[in-house]
Design a binder for this molecule. Structure first.
Ligand code: 13P
Ligand code: SF4
Length: 395
């Protein structure tokens, strides 16, 4: 079987010129970043829109943006919040493209979802392209094992991939509910309810974050590293033998987060040496050896709660995006909160949403124009919704 060569980064937005660099232009007048009136302008535009607009802010957003969020959260909480606001005419999503797509799928047809900068994509989501995933599925079908495979996709994937998963009896998960989603997935193949999932033939194809899939399967569900195989879409047969695919319990897609993937075991060891008694708290998108060496692991929402509950005077090295770690350090002056890596680790695409783009988007809405609307085609949205609803219904 041949393999698909896809660009690592894709253009955002359907029908865009494939020769252009994405997101460098806004179709209007972007205010200058140096404009001293930006905070006032954002506040005035938001006030003028009143209840017509609801602003969602992911925890990795800049402080200058997060101050205007009506609610902040991890991707799971924001998906639920978007679904719970049927009266807001406009949802301004301060986050990245896959989150805005999910919000469009979960909101009513009358609501419009706006992403202030179309360049706010996600390199991890771009690592799984529908054509590649379909080719992988064809391979599993040719091997006669596709019927035993339940696809599970991380929220950090395109609507196309969520639609594929919904069409094939799978579920979406986030870093808050990955274990529950995998429990559900393995239970789909159980002949006897409650039987040991490890004895059944069921396998999971986990997209697109190999680390979240591996960390959850091995550290939370008791599978071994040998139960997991890594499918590389850029290699024939995924770089695996037929037997490896037949024997696997967990087929991990070869994708990763370019931010969390930067933390290393050496970072953990160095901070333990420098700060005796330090607690290491990391996101499950980090590599397996980092998560294994850490003291606590969880989603951004978990990380925030863990620090809220921490003893005054305790020391914490946190392995997640820097905007959040800096806010946590400022919010807990009685605790020592530090970044796990020495060098800067902002998510460059999350950071594309800045105050000028937010002001521009809100002022456009006030002027009666809907900028950067994110829409998912009805067929994809229908199937993606099946997989998202399945996630929202997980026990
Ligand atoms: P959560 O919001 O699920 O913690 O995920 C982190 C992330 O990388 C979002 O892009
Ligand atoms: Fe994507 Fe990682 Fe950035 Fe999240 S932090 S948007 S997973 S690149």
């Amino acid at each position: 079987m041949g393999h698909v060569t896809a660009p690592v980064l894709l253009l955002l937005g359907r029908g865009k010129d494939s020769n252009s660099e994405r997101g460098v232009d806004c179709p209007g007048d972007l205010p200058a970043p140096s404009d001293p009136g930006l905070v006032e302008r954002a506040a005035a535009a938001k006030a003028a829109l009143g209840d017509r607009v609801f602003v969602l802010g992911h925890h990795y957003q800049r402080d200058e943006v997060i101050q205007f969020a009506d609610v902040t959260g991890d991707s799971f909480k924001l998906a639920r919040e978007a679904a719970a606001r049927p009266d807001a005419e406009f949802i301004v999503f301060c986050g990245v493209h896959f989150m805005a797509e999910s919000a469009d799928i979960l909101t009513t047809d009358a609501q419009r979802v706006v992403l202030p900068d179309l360049a706010a994509g996600c390199s991890m989501a771009d690592m799984a392209v529908l054509e590649q995933v379909e080719q992988c599925w064809d391979l599993l079908s040719d091997l006669g094992i596709a019927d035993d495979v339940v696809p599970v996709t991380y929220m950090n994937s395109s609507a196309d991939i969520k639609g594929f998963v919904g069409r094939n009896g799978g579920v979406v998960c986030t870093s808050s509910n990955a274990k529950r989603a995998l429990d559900w997935a393995y239970a789909q193949g159980e002949k006897v309810p409650g039987a040991d999932a490890k004895q059944s033939a069921t396998k999971v194809l986990f997209l697109p974050d190999q680390h979240l899939g591996r960390n959850t399967a091995v550290l939370e569900m008791g599978y071994s590293l040998d139960d997991c195989v890594l499918y590389d879409p850029h290699k024939p047969n995924g770089g695996l033998t037929d037997q490896q695919l037949r024997d696997a319990k967990m087929i991990l897609w070869r994708g990763h987060c370019s931010v969390h993937g930067r933390f290393t075991l050496e970072n953990v060891q160095a901070v333990r040496q420098q700060v005796p008694g330090v607690n290491i708290l990391v996101h499950p998108e980090c590599r397996h050896e980092v998560v294994t060496a850490a003291d606590y692991v969880g989603s951004t929402e978990y990380i925030i709660k863990k620090l809220d509950a921490a003893e005054p005077g305790s020391a914490w090295a946190v392995g997640t995006e820097l905007n959040l770690v800096r806010r946590l350090a400022a919010a807990h002056p009685d605790k020592q909160v530090m970044f796990l890596e020495k060098t800067v680790c902002y998510c460059s695409t999350m950071n594309r949403i800045d105050l000028p783009h937010l002001v521009w988007a809100l002022e456009e809405l006030v002027a009666g124009r809907v900028p950067n609307q994110i829409t998912v085609d009805p067929d994809t949205a229908h199937h993606a919704r099946v997989a998202l609803d399945q996630m929202l219904a997980l026990p």
